[in-house]
Design a protein around this ligand. Structure first.
Ligand code: TAP
Length: 467
């Protein structure tokens, strides 16, 4: 009696509805750092309920394999997620996202075999399943390349083959031709294998020409692809939770990709076309005409800030590299103890992943109300005494406002040059991600404190405490 009730389709549907209600509610929590952890947990409970509802399906067999799969997944996933360094998060997301796409492609292949090439199935099942196989496979292989580039197993520079675009179009055409032949009723498994191989090569060849630093955007795009392929699998398998979860991932991944592209003032096709950054294009670093830079010391920087009434901290990728966030927190405490008002100016694409700075600063217990988004910070800069730029470069580059030939022209920036004085912490005059010089460094109001950001901030803290 109980067994037939819990295996009843209506009961399982109620569980599915409950699970995706929790996904959506949990996702709402991800809109702010205060509620993000709770939102993640709520969505995880939703996922557990969705898995349970699937396992309750009648005639569910192969329990041993299912338990083995869950055990292997947990044994790999839990320690990996617990131990990952914050700077390695993008490649971790790439790997996990890729596994989702790969699973979808394998499900499509298994369905092909179970149904003898979709014989007796409605045509829409074959179409959705084959779509999922192509997109899931592209996502799996593309994500692996993204992982390899970020983990520095593969070179981060763009790797292009001659006739790359023609090759990619040919591979896509081959995958589609196999799919059309299968959907039209050809049951030969070699077509399914051909489809998966063509899609696999396409996934590799689409991501290889893209530079390592563009990988966060590519990962977000591939994430959206995985979501779409999972949703298509949900249609083919008649599984509502998979459709809803897949569409949520697909939609949120697309929105995130778009937001990142907008914040960098680049189009998604130009990012996928690859080859951006890494080359100095607007004059060699350290040479803008005959202008020179002014360098400063930790003690001068400390004195300058100690006599300010308002200080802006502008973190960037270099703060993440140096892992300077805890030292920065110590410094803000020392400044606040002297009655100085401190705020953090956060650019939406500072660092190398969405929310990179927010995550680092949250790790160092920086109060959320000290974090100002770009528009708010730009309104504050004109009455800020000192803007302390810590390992940020492109996101402060005024060329984005006044040099139409600059590759970042039009990108919204943190207008630190509006504040009364600027101190820049970096190791050298090297360019940032976009590979271009930064006129901010040569302005009269700017001084450079050269060195590793963490060591420089620690020196400033020591000087502040001695004052
Ligand atoms: P960048 O422009 O990349 O500049 C970072 C600077 O940090 C470099 O100039 C480097 O100069 C310095 N640095 C590196 N290690 C350091 C260390 N240990 N100590 C001190 N300084 C160090 O960073 P940004 O201003 O944060 O801008 C981010 C860029 O990445 C933008 O162009 C953005 O479009 C791009 N991007 C962002 C994302 C996302 S989602 N955030 C995704 C893809 C691309 P030195 O070598 O001289 O020290």
């Amino acid at each position: 009696m109980l067994a037939s009730f819990i295996q009843d389709r209506d009961f399982r549907l109620v569980l599915y509805i409950l699970s995706f209600a929790l996904f959506i509610y949990g996702l709402g929590g991800l809109t702010g750092p205060r509620t993000a952890v709770r939102g993640n947990r709520i969505a995880a409970v939703g996922m557990a309920i969705a898995i349970l509802a699937t396992l309750l399906a009648p005639h569910f067999g192969q329990w041993g394999l299912v338990i083995l799969g869950i055990a292997i997944g947990a044994a790999v996933g839990v320690p990996a997620a617990r131990n990952v360094r914050m700077t390695a998060m993008p490649q971790m997301v790439a790997l996990f996202n890729g596994v989702g796409g790969g699973a979808v492609a394998l499900i499509a292949w298994a369905e092909f075999r179970n149904t003898g090439g979709y014989s007796g199935e409605p045509t829409y099942v074959a179409i959705f399943s084959l779509f999922a196989a192509i997109v899931g496979s592209v996502s799996f292989w593309g994500s692996n390349i993204a992982f390899g580039k970020l983990q520095e197993i593969l070179p981060g520079r763009p790797i292009k083959l001659p006739g790359q675009i023609v090759l990619n179009v040919a591979l896509l055409a081959a995958a589609l031709a196999c799919a059309i032949a299968i959907a039209a009723g050809t049951h030969d498994e070699i077509l399914m294998i051909g489809l998966l191989v063509a899609a696999a090569l396409l996934g590799n060849f689409v991501v290889l020409p893209i530079g390592g630093a563009d990988m966060p955007v590519v990962i977000s795009l591939l994430n959206a692809f995985t979501g779409l392929s999972a949703a298509a699998t949900g249609v083919a398998l008649n599984n509502p939770a998979l459709i809803v979860a897949g569409m949520i991932v697909g939609a949120s991944g697309s929105i995130l990709t778009n937001l990142m592209a907008q914040a960098m003032n680049r189009s998604i096709p130009s990012i996928v076309a690859g080859g951006f950054g890494g080359v100095v294009t607007a004059g060699a670093a350290g040479e803008i005409g005959d202008r020179t830079v002014r360098s400063t010391s930790a003690s001068d920087a400390a004195v300058q800030m100690a006599y300010a009434s308002q200080v802006a901290i502008v973190p960037g990728y270099g703060m993440a590299v140096a892992q300077a966030q805890h030292a920065v927190r110590e410094m803000t405490k020392a400044l606040e103890a002297k009655g100085i008002e401190v705020y953090f100016a956060i650019h939406p694409v500072a660092g190398r992943m969405p929310g990179h700075m927010n995550v680092l600063l949250a790790e160092a217990d920086v109060p959320y109300d000290e974090l100002k988004e770009m528009e708010d910070a730009n309104a504050l800069f004109p009455r800020t005494d000192v803007a302390l730029v810590i390992g940020a470069n492109d996101v402060t580059n005024p060329a984005a406002k006044d040099q139409p030939d600059s590759p970042i022209y039009g990108m919204p920036i943190l207008e630190v040059d509006e504040s009364r004085s600027v101190i820049v912490l970096k190791r050298s005059m090297s360019s940032g991600f976009a590979g271009i010089d930064n006129p901010l460094f040569y302005e009269d109001k700017t001084s450079m404190l050269f060195g590793d950001a963490k060591a420089s901030v620690q020196d400033i803290v020591a000087e502040l405490q001695a004052l």
